[in-house]
Design a protein around this ligand. Sequence first.
Ligand code: ZN
Ligand code: ZN
Length: 90
Amino acid sequence: MINQVPSVTCGTHGEQPQTFVCVHIIESLKTGDPKGFWWSRGEDGVWDAVCTDCNNLSQAEFDALGADNIKVVCLGCYEDAAALNEVEID
Ligand SMILES: [Zn+2]
Ligand SMILES: [Zn+2]
């Protein structure tokens, strides 16, 4: 299956497919402190992931955090975060 995932340009990894992660995962990339990495892949081929805290929230609680809780990162950064948490994605 060929997916046309929109790309983003990352200062570290260059042009990459976009992914969505919670702000806590972005923070863990900066601090090097793993916070969990619960990933999934949508039918559109777009990866997303949240930290353990966000994963433990109900859908309503998670939705209440709003759009500011989720940021776009490149697939390279996404893979870095997975590796930091020793999670394999495929
Ligand atoms: Zn989170
Ligand atoms: Zn990147």
